[in-house]
Design a protein around this ligand. Sequence first.
Ligand code: C6P
Length: 414
Amino acid sequence: MQATTSSFENLRNDFPILNRRVRDNKKLVYLDNAATTQKPNQVIDAISDYYKNHNSNIHRAVHALAEESTEAFEETRDKVAKFLNVEDSREIIFVRGTTEGINLVAYAWGRDNVKEGDIIVTTEYEHHSNIVPWQLLTQEKKAQLKYIDIDDNGELMLEQLDDYLSTGKVKLVTFSHMSNVLGTISPVKEIVSKCRSVGVKVLIDGAQSVPHMKIDLTDLNSDFYVFSAHKMLGPTGVGVLWAKKEILEKMSPFLGGGDMIREVHKYETTWNDLPYKFEAGTPNIADVIGFAKAIEYLEKIGMDNIRNHELELTKYALDEMKKVPGITLYGTKEPEKRGGVVSFNFNDVHPHDVGTIIDKEGVAIRSGHHCAQVLMEKLNVAATNRASFYIYNTKEEIDVLISSLRHVAKVFKL
Ligand code: C6P
């Protein structure tokens, strides 16, 4: 189904928060979607319904509520698998978010597979969550952490990957499918195919891609893929680690206790089957169940329609923003190569001042280093402003953004 601009506008009614007035009774223009998205009634109601009518622990008791909760929780797993074209839903591990998913791999896979002198390759545009776990691992193992640099367009310099791979020492290549600051979409298939040809494992951080485009994990053929529910209409505290079954089966557990055991004796324990081996303790049941409604919501619109809608908004924003006096835009000028994220600065004006001024007009953007200080160093700035779009944003909202940015330019006489 081809969605129209007006059908996108109609869906705003599902998001109660978008009716908020902020500051001096200004209409909220929420453009901080890369940080977290707003939630539709369908998700909020599902969580509330769970607590009102079904609340119970899962995988344990045989009573009616336990059965209902377990069923709804496991149905979400199946829904996630289908959404990502994963055949075996046992490969879907629920975690708290992207950060936990990456740490799980660094800890459980990394500690068994990375040794002194090995190389882990990441990129200059990674979120701290895809840098710090690898620093911890490589420091502990006396291994090396290497970066694929970005060029002036904010795109990865892939020839560096060839150089690293040619050493024969690379154990893992890990990168974000889409940069949370520049919006650059990584050449995923090319990277995976280069790594596959020399037997190197690949982890993809999908925090900024799964919410915005169709992802087919069978087709992408990486080894690990991680993302967070809260950036795709779902609740906070839920994320997914997907990995190939053969890899998960060989991996040691990450956390011990609760559902991850088969038998515990005084001095040894055997592990439960997948996926439970990696889901220790009572999980975030209500929010996992709420997440199913977020996926249903996105599927109903269609991921290709979402991508097209955001592309249209991004093109419009880039065209209008470049006319604002004193503005510097970061990242590629080709909208097709990026997602709905636009980072910018005004000469020497601190991003926090920009964020504060436009907040008075009701416009919510993020100002700061976006948990990407390695990238900030590369761009030679301490911070940037970032506007990021989602399904409910409109061209009219971008007009409000532009007029508030023109006001900033006037205040600072740019
Ligand atoms: N980026 C942003 O404003 P968590 O916090 O675990 O759900 O996601 C971490 C994360 C990992 N990778 C990428 C590419 C991300 O964008 C994020 C979260 C937010 O850009 C919050 S810092």
